[in-house]
Each structure stands twice: as C-alpha cells, then as structure tokens.
Design a protein around this ligand. Structure first.
Ligand code: ZN
Length: 264
C-alpha cells in the first residue's frame, strides 16, 4: 500500500529521505501543539488560525515556522511581547527526533508507517495529560480503530493479535480501576485499548511492563524528593505513552525472549 512508494524514494535518495522525515516531524510537531492547546478545550483544530494567547494577534506564516520562528522571535510574541511557552519548540523537536529515530531504526517499512501514526498521537496524549490530567477520547477512540485498520492494511501483525490487544488493554485497566478505586481512570483504559490495537497483545504486555516500572520509579523519586505529596495525582498517561513507544521498537523481540525463558 503505502510502503512500496516509500521504499522507492528511500532507495533513490537515502539522505534526502532522512531530511524529509525530519522536516515532516517538525511540521507534525507544530500541528501537535495545536492539538495539545485546543483538544482539551473542545476547540476546532482548523479554525481560527494560530493566534497569540496574550493579544489574540493572528500569527503570520513566517512567525509560525517550527522552531525557527521561536528562535528568531527569541520566544516572544511579535505584537505584544508575551513569552511563548517552551512547550512549542520542545514538542516540535521531540516529534522530529522520534520520527527520524524510527526511520533510522526501521527503514521504509510497515513498522515505520505505524511509528508515523502512533508516536505523534502518543506525544499529543502526553502533552495533554501532563497539563490537564486527562487523556482525550478524541485521540484514543479513533486511535483504536486506526490501529486495527493500519495492521489490517499493512499485514504487520494479524488482526487477531490486534483485537486481543484491544480486549487485553481495555480489560486489564478495567480490573485495575475496579481494584484501585481512583488513581486510574477511563482515559487510561481507552489508551490501553488503543495501544493494544496498534501493538498487538504481545508488545502491549511489554508496553504495560515498561509503563509500570517507569511510573513506579518516577513516583518513588517524586515522593522521596518531596516534589509531590502522597495525595497528589501523578498522571499515568505519559508512562503508558513511553511504554507504547518503546514497545514499537523492542516489544515483539522482548516478548519472544520472555516466552523463550530469557535464554536468547
Ligand atoms: Zn501577543
């Protein structure tokens, strides 16, 4: 489907492909900033165009170039001088770095196509969960379907593995929510199901394992350093997102290693 043309371009122009993926990543990162700012407020992603939250001046195209505009404007609005949040260039750079890493590691493959779709979604979810302590249905619910369809279209993993992943991801969080009464919410459940759809149940187990280890370790550090109290909620979405991203690269292999009795 989408992989053969990708491979043709990569063969003809290998270095150009890396540059193209980097620029594409910056542009997607710029769009993710809009998603992070607008989806929790229920605002349209298309209209109106980007504006300064301080003075509402609409941004000219040359003030809206990923990273470059932030540097040229020295992090301030051209009209009113209000500081532009660091989040903007950081999200753009992270998206570009993650997509380039995915391309370098996986090449022009179906796995890379999944990277291009899933990782930006996970970055948006992380940004929104960190700011608002919520995981938006507007991303996770379509994500469940997109993950399943993408696996069907590319044949990367079987539809059965994907469906079992959805049920397992949703089901495990359902049990955790019932057992913990608070702490985890429906957003985590839907994100679990979405990761299952994209990754399949094997790599999903790896993602959950990584998320629990990372989340637990971070919780211990935050409590020990007094940065967070025992009652403060620590959103789990970013850890799930990190686990999901790592599972794309190492999940299947690690699962085979677990099943093989840690011998390989
Ligand atoms: Zn302004």
């Amino acid at each position: 489907m989408i992989v053969p043309p990708l491979r043709a371009v990569a063969d003809a122009w290998p270095a150009g492909m890396v540059v193209a993926v980097a620029l594409f990543g910056l542009a997607i990162g710029s769009f993710l900033n809009v998603v992070i700012a607008r989806v929790p407020a229920g605002r349209s992603l298309v209209r109106p165009g980007s504006a300064c939250p301080g003075c509402s001046a609409l941004l000219k195209w040359y003030d809206n170039i990923p990273v470059l505009s932030f540097l040229l404007l020295r992090g301030r609005c051209r009209s009113c001088g209000m500081t532009i949040a660091w989040r903007y260039p950081i999200v753009e750079v992270i998206t570009a770095v993650v997509l380039v890493s995915g391309y370098v590691a996986l090449g022009p493959t179906a796995d890379f196509v999944v990277v291009v779709v899933l990782l930006p979604a996970l970055i948006a979810i992380t940004g929104i969960d960190m700011q608002h302590q919520l995981i938006p249905n507007a991303v996770t619910l379509p994500g469940i379907l997109v993950g399943l369809v993408l696996n069907l279209a590319t044949g990367r993993i079987s539809w059965m593995e994907s469906v079992i992943g959805i049920l397992l991801g949703g089901g495990l969080f359902f049990v955790i929510i019932l057992a913990s009464r608070g702490g985890m919410g429906g957003g985590d459940l839907k994100l679990g199901a979405m990761l299952g759809a994209f990754l399949g149940w094997k790599a999903l187990l790896f993602a959950l394992f990584v998320a629990i280890v990372l989340g637990g370790a971070t919780g211990v550090v935050l409590l020990a350093t007094g940065l967070r109290g025992r009652k403060d909620p620590i959103p789990f979405g970013p850890f799930l997102a990190a686990g999901g991203a790592m599972a794309l690269f190492w999940g299947e292999r690690t699962f085979a290693w677990w099943i093989g009795g840690f011998g390989g």
